[in-house]
Design a protein around this ligand. Structure first.
Ligand code: ATP
Length: 567
């Protein structure tokens, strides 16, 4: 007998128990596996887990739309009884529904409980260990034809779904509201990334999820250092709309810069979305944008998140600026952190734990890195940064809370006509004198500089919330400076608080938001690190280029850093 289910405004509520099959192992489709790895009740955090139900779907389990990857009509349900629609009135919706269990769900727009039963093959993700995996299930879906539709899909014929195909389409529309569910994805895998584990991680944890959707997926492997830059320079814009880097942060950096060096860069950045599947050693982009360092959850974010434009930082140094400046999506650093390379080498042998980070920094805390730093402030005062952060965060929340048409909302975050050649134009030339409206950071501090770190995303590594006030598209980037004369008793707790991000509140830490800066090193040996890549020890000038790159952000936001509640 088919498993009965009800299509509701929050997802699909399973009405009778039944086994599920492994979605990716297509051979299993005709012989349902009798066991369910992972607990279905975990789909509903407010439901009690019933161990006896493992292996079967507990009654009234809600499969939320955000976990649904695909739906396929199989045909009218042979074993369900459309003459007994009163059954559906007994279903209590456990998630996102204010009705208490056992009461009649009051769906807006329902004028009748007459329902159409349709056999649908549903693919959705369930938890399995630390990951999520796709599962397939055949459901006899009872649908109330007059359930109110979201505005974006109201135009379509499915608001009065009457055929099995219509109901599968309706499920897909609700599951991908305002999201392109037919993405054309180029996955770029660095086989050497993540200590050689990137390919395995992608194949085991990401591909099964992507392959279960209606997205198309091509794979390119990087064959040499910087190959991703060449891939991006040559990529066919007609063929793809998304580049997913199954790697660390090095490959997104190369993809963005490869696109930047194209003659048709306006078209490239208007068309393509660049995102990361965290398969490398340093996955700051995924932690910040997908809110996870787990490749399987990031794969779900890839198919479910909305496209948002984020600011870039454009770096110029004498060695390369005349040819092409470099776009930095993550950070630039000089001083202690560049030397110990928090983004790559450092983590490779030490791991990202805050204690080890703190110890490593304090070991070298006596060293100083003299330089001159000139800045064009966006926000200089720490209190104003706090206010700014709260305002910007509220704006994004309002956009998501209000009943805005999903197409309108998406146009706010990113559209395919956002950029023009002007968007790439730099305001400040490296060869010009420092402009009059820039300020020089106190020379007494910069002559004793310990850390200089500028960033556009909140996390620089797992457990390292270096820029808790970073925002995706506020037209500025954050700067943090420390002084090597800060006593050990003060700098140690500061470094040990990097996981919480409260270091920026300390009076010994300079924290500001910038539009641009110029750093002139006054040491004979050393380097800059830009997005984890080594850069030469030369005067570095950086300015923000607002909303240049389309990426995928959960709810249009970076991960919640809780900066607004930090005191
Ligand atoms: N086939 C290849 N051979 C050598 N280097 C490569 C190859 N493919 C990519 N690379 C280089 O590997 C570097 C790191 O890439 P990525 O960020 O994906 O890895 P990671 O695991 O986070 O970092 P790391 O390898 O430093 O631990 C990049 O600079 C890239 O140019």
């Amino acid at each position: 007998m088919a498993i009965r289910a009800l299509l509701t405004k929050d997802g699909i509520v399973v009405k009778t128990q039944g086994p599920v099959t492994d979605a990716y192992d297509t051979g299993a489709r005709d012989s349902p596996a009798p066991f369910l790895a992972g607990c279905f009740t975990c789909l509903n955090t407010d439901m009690d887990c019933d161990p006896s139900a493992v292996g079967l779907l507990p009654n009234n389990t809600l499969i939320p739309f955000r976990r649904i990857l695909n739906a396929r009509a199989i045909g009218p349900s042979p074993s369900t009884d459309t003459d007994s629609p009163r059954e559906s009135t007994e279903i209590s919706v456990r998630e996102g529904d204010s009705n208490s269990p056992g009461t009649v769900p009051k769906h807006p727009g329902i004028s009748s409980y007459e329902s159409l039963n349709t056999l649908v093959e549903l693919t959705f993700v369930i938890p399995q260990g630390n990951d999520i995996v796709p599962k397939k299930l055949q459901l006899a879906v009872e649908h109330v034809p007059t359930v109110a539709m979201p505005r974006s899909s109201a135009e379509s014929a499915t608001s009065t779904a009457s055929s099995p195909e219509d109901i599968a389409e309706l499920i897909l529309q609700r599951s991908f509201e305002g999201i392109n569910r037919h993405k054309s994805i180029l996955v770029v895998i660095n086989p050497y990334g993540g200590k050689g584990m990137a390919r395995k991680l992608y194949e085991a944890k990401c591909h099964p999820i992507l392959a279960s959707t209606e997205c198309s997926v091509d794979i390119a492997y990087t064959k040499y250092a910087r190959h991703a830059m060449d891939i991006a320079r040559d990529v066919d814009l007609d063929k793809y709309d998304t580049i997913a880097c199954a790697s660390g942060d090095g490959i997104p950096y190369e993809i963005i810069n490869g696109l930047f060096q194209r003659a048709d860069r306006v078209a490239a950045f208007n068309k393509l979305t660049v995102t990361q599947l965290p398969c490398g050693s340093g996955n700051a982009m995924s932690i910040s944008c997908h809110w996870t360092n787990n490749p399987s959850y990031a794969a779900l974010c890839l198919v479910k998140s909305i496209e948002s434009r984020i600011d870039m930082m454009c770096c110029s140094q004498e060695s390369y600026a005349a040819e092409f400046p470099r776009l930095s999506f993550l950070s630039q650093t000089y001083g202690v952190i560049a030397e110990s390379d928090i983004n790559t080498e450092f983590i490779r042998w030490m791991g990202p734990s805050r204690f080890e980070l703190g110890v490593a920094f304090t070991v070298v805390q006596g060293r100083k890195y003299p330089c001159d730093v000139y800045v064009k402030y966006a926000i200089k005062d720490k209190k104003d940064i706090h206010q700014h952060f709260i305002q910007e965060k509220n704006k994004t929340t309002v956009l998501f809370d209000q009943e805005m048409d999903s197409h309108e909302r998406n146009a706010h975050f990113a559209s395919d006509t956002d950029l023009t050649e002007d968007s790439f134009r730099l305001k400040y030339a490296l060869t010009d004198p420092v402009p009059d409206d820039w300020e020089r950071i106190d020379q007494d501090i910069t002559d004793n500089l310990q850390i200089f770190y500028t960033g556009k995303m909140p996390y620089m590594a797992a457990d390292t919330k270096f820029f808790p006030a970073a925002l995706p598209a506020d037209g500025s980037f954050d700067m943090v400076i420390t002084d090597s004369r800060t006593p050990l008793t003060k700098i140690t707790p500061i470094l040990l608080s990097l996981d919480k991000g409260t270091h920026v509140l300390e009076p010994e830490v300079i924290h500001a938001k910038l539009l641009a800066y110029r750093l002139v090193p006054k040491v004979s040996e050393g380097l800059f690190s830009v997005d984890g890549e080594k850069f030469p020890l030369e005067t570095m000038q950086v300015e923000v280029l607002p909303r240049l790159v389309k990426t995928l952000l959960v709810n249009g936001s970076y991960i919640d850093t809780e900066f607004d509640s930090m005191t």
